[in-house]
Ligand binder design. Structure first.
Ligand code: G3P
Ligand code: MG
Length: 258
């Protein structure tokens, strides 16, 4: 694999599997990550937050109810408690054995097979945010994936902390809904290398600004041909999707007839 920075610069268009292949398996589980690899995803996005005993866990919501049989806030449960939950049955009985992954095992599964987009759910709420960011940076170095991944976040202070620990690690600033600043302003403010926003936030001004400033930018979440056509019409070269293999094949059919 070439380093992610080179891949982004040299690839006309690519798709990121959102929370793994979350359209066909329960999001942010080992099953969804494996299905993303099996579907040939070039990059996989997953979400990270902390257990009460400061373990890095792969999970999206701040609360447990939607995607597990648990209740309450993730941050109020230990890793052992989180690991005892069923994180798959809500999607289908076929996935009843899925557990909330540790970030480490998720990285070990994906390493060497796909680029990683590790989304940091708000860390600044933690009193130990700097220490936790240091642990994250240390983990990606220990596992040897630093050149092949990016940290993304709506929490731009967390991205700044990453850069303070290691300026070489790529970061991607997600636009906070309602923030009217242009991509160049957002990335300049937090030192990020790339910019992302919702497909619904695309505008001519945003895409023109990103292109003029040579800022890699992508949009989430693109699951249909209509959404893909919309994104491509703005010059987007990277989309996040729950159904990455479907969007890759739609892209191929659109461009082969161009
Ligand atoms: O990477 C984009 C996307 O993951 C951000 O939103 O809520 O799905 O984590 P969310
Ligand atoms: Mg995410």
């Amino acid at each position: 694999m070439m380093p992610l920075a080179d891949f982004v610069r040299s690839t006309p268009f690519f798709v990121i599997a959102h929370r793994g292949a979350s359209g066909i398996a329960p999001e942010n589980t080992m099953a969804s990550l494996q299905r993303a690899i099996d579907a040939g995803a070039v990059m996989v996005e997953l979400d990270v937050q902390l257990s009460s005993d400061r373990q890095l866990m792969v999970f999206h919501d701040s609360v447990l109810g939607r995607t597990t049989n648990g209740r309450g806030y993730v941050r109020n449960h230990t890793a052992d408690e989180l690991r005892s939950l069923d994180a798959g049955s809500w999607f289908s009985n076929e996935f009843a054995n899925e557990r909330i992954p540790f970030l480490r095992e998720a990285i070990e599964l994906l390493r060497g097979k796909a680029y990683l987009n590790i989304e940091l759910k708000p860390l600044h709420e933690s009193p130990d945010a700097a220490e936790e960011t240091a642990a994250l940076v240390a983990l990606v170095h220990e596992l040897g994936i630093a050149p092949y991944m990016t940290f993304s976040s709506f929490d731009h202070r967390a991205l700044k902390m990453v850069k303070e620990h290691d300026p070489a690690i790529l970061t991607l600033a997600l636009n906070v809904p309602g923030d009217k600043r242009m991509p160049s302003q957002v990335v300049a403010a937090c030192g990020a290398d790339a910019y992302g926003c919702s497909v619904n936030e695309l505008s001519k001004q945003r895409s023109a600004d990103a292109i003029a400033h040579d800022i890699p930018f992508g949009v989430y979440t693109v699951n249909s041909e209509e959404q893909l056509r919309h994104a491509l019409s703005y010059g987007v070269r990277c989309v996040v999707s729950n159904v990455p293999d479907h969007i890759v094949s739609v892209y191929r059919s659109l461009t082969s007839h161009a």
